[in-house]
Design a protein around this ligand. Structure first.
Ligand SMILES: Nc1nc2c([nH]c(=O)n2[C@H]2C[C@H](O)[C@@H](COP(=O)(O)OP(=O)(O)OP(=O)(O)O)O2)c(=O)[nH]1
Length: 132
């Protein structure tokens, strides 16, 4: 079974976290779900390099990410593939960004995060964020 390595940014502006809604997908279990922006790690990249590249490509967000910003890793088995997802805390000084691939976004306070329909692999990250 395919196993993919993904990085995701928990973008925090003041006391709110950026939640991005995915578009329709060939897999129903990912269609229209909320997620943290990011994407697949490419060969030769470190996780933080991959996240910086994805945030720039996908959102126009230019930000320095380092291993010190690591939050948690989730391993999740979807019906068609397995994902290892590394998440990082990314504090931004502006809420501006360009929404290039997602269909919607919301900035939520931590305690409201569970009001959204998240991608299944994101549940442990949402849970941990709500406890902090
Ligand atoms: N970026 C991101 N991806 C997530 C999260 N949760 C989650 O299950 N994923 C999954 C969805 C995708 O299968 C994969 C991310 O890769 P991607 O964004 O490049 O994949 P995609 O399906 O949009 O595009 P592709 O396979 O056609 O290239 O990880 C999350 O919070 N952020």
């Amino acid at each position: 079974m395919k196993h993919i390595e993904v990085v995701a940014g928990i973008i925090i502006y003041e006391d709110r976290i950026l939640c991005m809604q995915r578009d329709a997908n060939k897999y129903d279990y990912l269609s229209y779900k909320y997620e943290f922006p990011g994407g697949k790690v490419e060969p030769g990249e470190t996780n933080s390099q991959a996240l910086m590249r994805e945030l720039l490509e996908e959102m126009g967000i230019e930000i320095k990410v380092s291993e010190n910003d690591f939050f948690m890793t989730v391993i999740h088995q979807y019906p068609d593939f397995k994902i290892t997802m590394h998440s990082y805390i990314c504090r931004v000084s502006s809420s501006e960004f360009v929404r290039k691939e997602h269909i919607n976004h919301v900035w939520l306070k931590r305690l409201d995060l569970d009001k959204l329909d998240w991608a299944p692999a994101d549940q442990p990250i949402v849970k941990k964020l709500m406890l902090e």
